[in-house]
Design a protein around this ligand. Sequence first.
Ligand code: 3PG
Ligand code: MG
Length: 396
Amino acid sequence: MRTLDSYDFSGKKALVRVDFNVPLNDKFEITDDTRIKATVPTITKILNDGGACILMSHLGRPKNGPTEKYSLKHLVTPLSLIFGRTVKFADDCIGEQATGLAANLQPGEILLLENLRFYKEEEKGDEEFAQKLAKLGDVWVMDAFGTAHRAHASTAVIGQYFPDKVCGYVMQAELDNAQRILEHAERPFTAIMGGAKISDKILIIERLLDNVDNLIIGGGMSYTFSKAKGGNIGKSLLEADKQDLTLEILEKAKSKGVNIILPLDNVIADDFSNDANRQTVKAGEIPDGWEGLDIGPESVKLFLDIVANSKTILWNGPMGVFEFPNFAVGTNAIAEAVVKATEENDAFSLIGGGDSASAVNNAGYGDRVSYVSTGGGALLEYMEGKTLPGVAALEA
Ligand code: 3PG
Ligand code: MG
């Protein structure tokens, strides 16, 4: 794979696929700009070389062509502030205006194209559409790790139309850090898995059983384990058809000598709301009509001990419904413990994207862990051992 450092962009127009699929509030303000800030080094390198940047991305999942809500025009002002220069905007990603703006782009300038997914051809991986995009630039830089698991026109198909394909710094860092975790993890290696669904995480859990010393399981998916072991979980999240699977995971872990740690207690609620009545009970003793929304203090203590003694930590998925402050205690305690292990025990800590990344970033810990991934699904698929189309396109 060609690295960004090995390429001189002087006089070139780089067509850069970024993942600017960021959360916006109802005033179209960005609520987490991690994915944008992550691309600053890539864009700076291209511009400093004397190149120009044509940025292309998707935003959300628009179904019916151009939609105000999903327009990338909402990003123009914040991008100008982050990159410290004017960002030009083409309100269609292909066509006359985009072609004209791209043709006239000068070294040191940035052009942002409108949402690629306003064309259904993007997600279909349409070759003609990819070719039209390709005409806008001289060299393709793939830096959208968060979308590298999609075989779309701009993330994969487009590669064949460029003699020069370059791996951006975000992509490179993501791949290096994931490999470090999977191939050279210093021990003890602890994975903390949370989030709602076992079905989303089962493949990575199976793979991790070959690598880790400790596997901590919290969050919504822990209730299916608890139920399968004969516990009462009230109206907590349950994937009824995954109960046998959880028992198999426990068996496999045992045979591989992996220490699996489930919550000892839970904070439960009589309603799915921040203001619900709440109490702490032992895991597996949740009364009818109540649901587990966080791990309890005994679990926090146990999990913190394990994290404190780890040299490598992978965290993916919250311990509870951290969007509700009353049920964010467990998730925040884990975030703090991971920071502490990183700073005081010199542990390498990788925070998987999605909710655990937002939890860490929102708590202001983003730069106090070793790495916060910009990929959710993409990181999981990469760690499961799948070939990501966006990576394959760079290697072709
Ligand atoms: C994401 O946020 O998961 C990536 O940007 C990819 O988006 P998608 O899941 O809609 O393909
Ligand atoms: Mg996704």
